[in-house]
Write a protein that binds this ligand. Structure first.
Ligand code: SF4
Length: 256
């Protein structure tokens, strides 16, 4: 993991909100606070003495500290606070009821239930679930054959990594996007658009990767990929229909 250096400049606010979390392949690691923090944590964990005196740990701390210095500590703390709550929300279906002055727990739970039920019946979400199970089944069946294919150029390994990376992520991100769309009290339309954009970009990459795998499979085995491609293409169509502005959404640092 390359440690972000202090001369690499400021972090881009919110860049990791709508990325695919594939840091090993990300070109924006030097602009990402999340990455810097993870580097610092990893360096600290790798530092057997636990006193944080390793070079990597110190460099990471300097990098994060520079961000505070450059932007002003208040602004940076506010951003970090917002980031922390955003990250927590990404993997939680719960809003924070304590933030409401008068909170009706029963109404809240009913509303969450409605959103979850409607999300689960949305066609693009059902396609994402179907894609996830069909893709997993394909790997169960053909994993051994994959290892026997000609991979002298590394393309099979690359395509396999791409497909595996997005196989489960598409359904998770799409649920988040549709949850946001169905939430009448949704305050952050950007989150819906950004999550749907991650799905579309990941699906595009997955389609290319599946097509590569199909082209390398023996002729009598290649057809097994066709139904998966069909599901994935339909998933893209349905997602674009459900969140029409997602393609045009510009994710900070990733699309601009
Ligand atoms: S923006 Fe890049 S470096 Fe930051 S968390 Fe996302 S993938 Fe990782």
């Amino acid at each position: 993991m390359a440690i972000p250096r202090r001369e690499d400049g400021d972090f881009i606010e919110g860049i990791y909100h709508w990325c695919d979390r594939w840091c090993e392949r990300c070109k924006m690691t030097t602009r990402c606070r999340q990455y810097a923090m993870e580097c610092a944590r990893d360096a600290f964990n790798a530092d057997g003495s636990q006193d944080g005196d390793s070079i990597e740990f110190m460099e990471s701390l300097i990098c994060v500290a520079d961000s505070f210095e450059a932007k002003g500590i208040d602004e940076e703390l506010a951003a970090a606070e917002e980031d922390a709550s955003f990250s927590a929300a990404e993997y939680s279906d719960d809003d924070d009821p304590e933030e409401e002055d008068e909170y009706d727990m029963e109404a809240y739970l009913l509303e969450r239930d409605r959103i979850e039920r409607e999300t689960a019946t949305t066609k693009c979400v059902q396609l994402a679930d179907h894609y996830m199970s069909e893709g997993s089944r394909w790997f169960d069946e053909w994993d051994i054959l994959l290892s026997l294919l000609d991979d002298s150029d590394g393309a099979v390994t690359d395509a396999t990594e791409v497909v595996r990376w997005y196989l489960f992520q598409l359904a998770v991100k799409l649920r988040r996007a549709i949850n946001g769309k169905l939430d009448d009290e949704m305050e952050c339309r950007e989150d819906m658009l950004g999550s749907a954009k991650v799905v579309l970009v990941g699906a595009d990459s997955s389609l290319q990767a599946w097509e590569l795998l199909q082209s390398r499979m023996p002729e009598d085995k290649a057809d097994a990929i066709s139904p998966i491609l069909a599901v994935l293409r339909q998933l893209v169509v349905e997602t674009e229909a459900e969140v029409p502005d997602a393609r045009d959404f510009v994710r900070p640092g990733l699309d601009d």
